[in-house]
Ligand binder design. Sequence first.
Ligand SMILES: *[C@@H]1O[C@H](CO)[C@@H](O)[C@H](O)[C@H]1NC(C)=O
Length: 281
Amino acid sequence: MILLHLLPFVLSLTGVARAASCPCGYKDSNGNVWREAIQSDFTQASGALAAVNANWIVSTDLEEQSPLHIQYTASNVFEYQDALGLQASAYTGSGTVNCAQIFTNRKDILYGSFRMRAQVPSVPGVVFGFFTYIDDSQEQDIEFLSYESDYYQSVWYTDQPGSTAGASKNVIVPGADFTTFGNHRLDWLPSKTVYSYSGNGDSGAAVSSSTTISVNVPTTPSEFILNVWSNGDPGWSNGPPTANAIATVQYVDLYFNSTSLSAASFSATCAAAGHVAPCSV
Ligand SMILES: *[C@@H]1O[C@H](CO)[C@@H](O)[C@H](O)[C@H]1NC(C)=O
């Protein structure tokens, strides 16, 4: 009993040690090495919002859009089902649509492997986004459109601007159920963006998918954003939602290089640590 009681504490110490003991970075499943990491575990004992506050900023701005304005609202970012809830609120019938957005407090991210484990909203009329952004032509998007009849297996991958041939792909993953927790991933490399999914279908069988986009690949240091929104545009988000539409996020792991930690200074830190193996991620 005592050991069981101590287990969360020991695990949390291990978590801290893990982050601190990767002086030679993180090696991903494709063999790419990344110098830095932001690991946000929204299921942690201290709560989802503590994980948000450690590395993210909650948006509170008004975005004037058409036909409806979006009001990003702090109270739409909350602890939900032992994870993070991001909500676009049921539309009242007038005024703005209250929506949710968090973005990294860093804007210096240049290439990396970005993952989340999440459930998509099932109330029609919202977009759930997981994306890199610095401006409208330097942006890589994973987007789920809940108005689509097959929203539980449909995802949009785009290297903006999406009007360029080959820059936007609507991928249907047969057998997938995005309303159950699944892993969504974006690997940003200099020559391409690889978008992927792995999860379990309703039958419990493993389902996976991978899609590459190699036009409009961003080259500018960026931030990372998650949001759930609707502006009522019949050409994209549709909606606004008539009930609260909530995305549930268990974790976000960002492994990346940045313009703030040079290759030389990363190498020096790794050498000082005796060239230990990078952590596998
Ligand atoms: C990221 O940093 C590692 C270590 O410095 C380097 O080997 C790798 O080439 C970098 N990746 C990219 C895409 O620049």
